[in-house]
Design a protein around this ligand. Sequence first.
Ligand SMILES: [Zn+2]
Length: 462
Amino acid sequence: MIKIGLEAHIPINRVKTKLFCSCSLPEETSEPNAYTCVTCLGHPGSKPVLNKEAVNHALKLALALNFKVNNEIFFSRKNYFYPDMSKNFQITQYEIPLGTNGFIQLDNKKIGLKRIHLEEDPASFIHPDGMQKSSYVLVDYNRAGMPLCEIVTEAEIESPEEAREFLKKLISIIGYLGIYNPDKNPIKVDANISIKEKEYVKVEIKNISGFKEVERALSYEIDRQKNSKNVEQETRAWDSSKGMTFPLRQKEGEIDYGYIFEGDLVKVEFTKEIMNKAKKEIPELGHEKVKRYLKEYKIDKKDAEVLAQEYRLAVLFEKVAEEVNPVLAARWLRRELLKVLNYNKKNIEELELDESHLIDLLSLVESKQITDTNAKKILEKLIEKPFDVKEYVKKEGLRVIAKRDELDEICNKAINDNKKAIEDYKKGEEKALNFVIGQVMKLTKGQANPDIVRKIILEKIR
Ligand SMILES: [Zn+2]
């Protein structure tokens, strides 16, 4: 038996300003310390003012994750001395968080969520010569004060694969809510893990980026614990380049932080109106879409799950499915579109083509006016740069030759030009026939339907 609990830190970075000041959010390439002010630098006398947009985003996240939201919340100061927080405290939530008792539904089980709270991100450290070698550290306060949601799960995850499935579901929901831009800041995860063989002594792994890394770090840690004589309760860090965890400083217990109420901020009350407005802003989520797709479109379950995973892909699919057979649309979007995107190392957000290109293309496939092979080639070109599909098919002469006489003539030519291959086929060499079919495809520039060509040739040489 394995028990895993996760703490996910989600940057709420689709907001105009930081959590307690009017600084805008930095880009990854921004000059260090360019996005700062007296408040996020913690100058004496500066006062925080709460960003309502960030609170609303966090509220939507809490509701989408089935949390029981507290009607009235407040912020606390978590006191500690460390250069990543120049005020010597971090404004966070402790006693009464934004929400408690949420859950995420996986395929076969529910994972309980203990709490969700909103807090400010600390500054980031730069080690000019790498973490181990640098003799000094630079501090960049651009990130200080950015809104962050922390989500803590119960220790109910039972394997590294399940942890990955959980995070995938979480990231899908966050994507649907439009509160997070993954290109700007990574989601960071702390994991605690214990195994029955070692009497559930809990080890914490800090600061893992990305859900594949979480799975790797947990797998490594399970093996390490199984093969250790003694497992100590400790905090470790994950080194993704070496693929191993290593011991970190002993961490303070919660009690050492001496949380006190943040008197510079007023309490936040969630009235019925605020709650209803937030609920209305939550779109139909991925798992709801899967159910609807199966019922409404009768598409393959796996197709439905993949398409509903990402908001933009789901919306694109729904638009295409209005005009083209949904089963065909689902198959092409999931298999071909994602394959080509993957090959080009692009993600769905970077897609330049829109539904009109896919509708044009797939309508031609559906009515068998172009072959699958040519459609795939067109799709590859579309991903590079969108263009008018109908014009392109016309210009390149890619429409399937449907007229039997035209095809007859071309097949006759191919048979006459390749007598040897036909003889070989008659002697039992299957491949020889494919060669002749290939010649017809070449002569027609791929405009013929290969199944029909095969039929015609077989009729002719019988
Ligand atoms: Zn600021």
